[in-house]
Design a protein around this ligand. Structure first.
Ligand SMILES: Cc1cc2nc3c(=O)[nH]c(=O)nc-3n(C[C@H](O)[C@H](O)[C@H](O)COP(=O)(O)O)c2cc1C
Length: 173
């Protein structure tokens, strides 16, 4: 199972529009997959005992989206020069052995600005490697994302093409 993660809980996010490119291609290839948007993460997650006494809502979330995943495609927006806190919160709340150890990941950064979340891609690679996740070397930073989108769709052919090549790499990774 491949899980495509929209790495923010923001509504109407550009990150979701990029994630849709992977979803469409996985669908057309008939590869088993699911979409995880962090806006669907349980909101009662936050409590001081969350690390060792997971709420039933988070356990159900984890059993649906994280534990059955073999490969993650993580589309991660740039928030204040790095990854959104909500994504790190999900990692910290999770059972790392069940959710991360021995899995694989493919990363794409999304930013309104120039850097395409390059710093966040490096940071997230380090976090994932620490959690025993192998990360595909082909990581794509998407800069000035709003100039590539029209009517809620990614319209830049070059970007679509490199995302497709990256996905081909990841399927054989
Ligand atoms: C809290 C917050 C912080 C942000 N910080 C940055 C930033 O440091 N650099 C940047 O290029 N864009 C920044 N942005 C803009 C996002 O990159 C932009 O919203 C982009 O569309 C990807 O995020 P989205 O999926 O929320 O739309 C920030 C957006 C938010 C909501």
């Amino acid at each position: 199972m491949i899980t495509v993660i929209v790495g923010t809980n923001a509504h109407d996010s550009a990150t979701k529009i990029i994630a849709d490119i992977y979803i469409d291609k996985l669908k057309s290839l008939g590869v088993k997959h699911q979409l995880l948007q962090l806006k669907d993460m349980p909101t009662d997650i936050l409590a001081s005992d969350m690390y060792f006494n997971r709420k039933p809502s988070f356990v159900a979330f984890s059993e649906k989206y994280l534990e059955p995943t073999e490969k993650y495609i993580i589309v991660i927006p740039e928030y204040n020069g790095g990854i959104p806190g909500i994504f790190k919160l999900m990692m910290d709340a999770s059972d790392i052995a069940k959710c991360w150890w021995g899995k694989k990941a493919c990363l794409t950064g999304v930013a309104a600005g120039r850097s395409g979340n390059l710093r966040g891609l490096d940071t997230l690679t380090n976090y994932l490697n620490y959690l025993k996740v192998d990360v595909l070397k082909n990581k794509i930073p998407i800069s000035r994302v709003h100039t590539l989108i029209e009517d809620g769709q990614l319209i830049d052919k070059d970007t679509i093409d490199i995302l497709h090549v990256q996905l081909d790499d990841f399927l054989s990774f």
